[in-house]
Structure formats: structure tokens, C-alpha cells
Ligand binder design. Sequence first.
Ligand code: GRF
Length: 199
Amino acid sequence: MERLRLTKTKIAVLASGSGSNFEAIAQACAQGTLQAEIVCVVSDRAQAYALTRAEKWGIPARSFSLKKSPSKTQYEQDILAYLQEKEAELVILAGYMKIVEETFLEGYPNRILNIHPSLLPLYPGKQGIKDAYKDGAAKTGVTVHLVDAGIDTGPILAQKEVAVTHEDTLESLEEKIHTIEHQLYPKTIQTYIEQMKEK
Ligand code: GRF
């Protein structure tokens, strides 16, 4: 039982951009606060800095082009085959900018997590921080949720509020949100993994 608990869960990270959340997750794995091993990083963009970060960590990193694929289904099947080859048990979306479709959802039912920079259901979509800031919201935050077929709509696993002060600029708010993301995501992944193991 104890051995089972200490087994590291194999996770795949999907990212389209900078990959600062990937890095926070990799650090938590290295420190042992997250009982997981990142088996690969996948991007839809060959130029994503997340891939460079992954290489620095010695983690297999690959990009897949939707444009070069005959269909979105094929694109997802190709990624799925790669994740299965790497034996990933859990998929972590960290700034992955493509909508996840059926192929993926069926391949990893209740096993895909996403992080979104707002207090969902408020401000879904691509510009969660900007939308809250422009709206003059007094508070916003970060949400980690399970991914379903909608856009930022799956069951919520964790949320943390961030106050928006009069002194805040869009940049300072982005910084505050990212700092919270880097703490909340690894912590929530660990909690979810523990729940998976209890089942
Ligand atoms: C984060 O703000 C995340 O909430 C959103 O995309 C951003 C990714 O940032 N989904 P990074 O690539 O992890 O630095």
C-alpha cells in the first residue's frame, strides 16, 4: 500500500507558449512535493519556449502541427499515440491554446486538467486576465479544472482569488496571477493524484 502511494504518476504537459507553469510543475516534481514524473512535453507550436524549457530539464519534448495534419482528429490521434507511448497517465494543459476534442477526451477520461487565469465561470476564453482587468473587476483569480468538451467549463478542482487594486496595471495583475498559478497548479495536481490512487 505504502509503495503504491509513493509510486510516481506519469504526467504529460501540453503547452503552447512560455511554459512557466510547466517549469513550476517540473520544480515541484524535483522537490518531491508533487509525486509525479513528467514523461513528455507536447506543443502545437514548434517555437514554443515551453519546448526549450523541457529540453533544459532533459524531458522529451515534441511539437505536432495541426496545419500539417489532414484533420483535427488525426492531429489528436497522433498526440495520443505519443502520450501512450510515453505511458502518460494524466494530461496537464498548461497554456495549451487548442480546444480539446473527442479523441483526446475519450483517450483520457477525467484525466485532463487545465489551468485558467480567472475565477471561472467568469472570464473564460483566451484573455482571462485582460478581460477581468478591462471590466474593472475588484477581484479575479486562478482556476484549475477538469477538461470537458466546452471551453473552460469542466468541473472545478481548485480556485484562488487575487485582489485587483487601484495601483494594479495589467502587467502587475498578470504577474500576481502567474505567481498564484505556479503555486496552485502543482498543489492541485498532487491532490488529484492522491484522489486517483484512492479509487
Ligand atoms: C497561464 O496564464 C494559464 O493560466 C493560461 O495560459 C498561461 C500559460 O502561461 N491557460 P505559461 O505558458 O505556463 O507561462
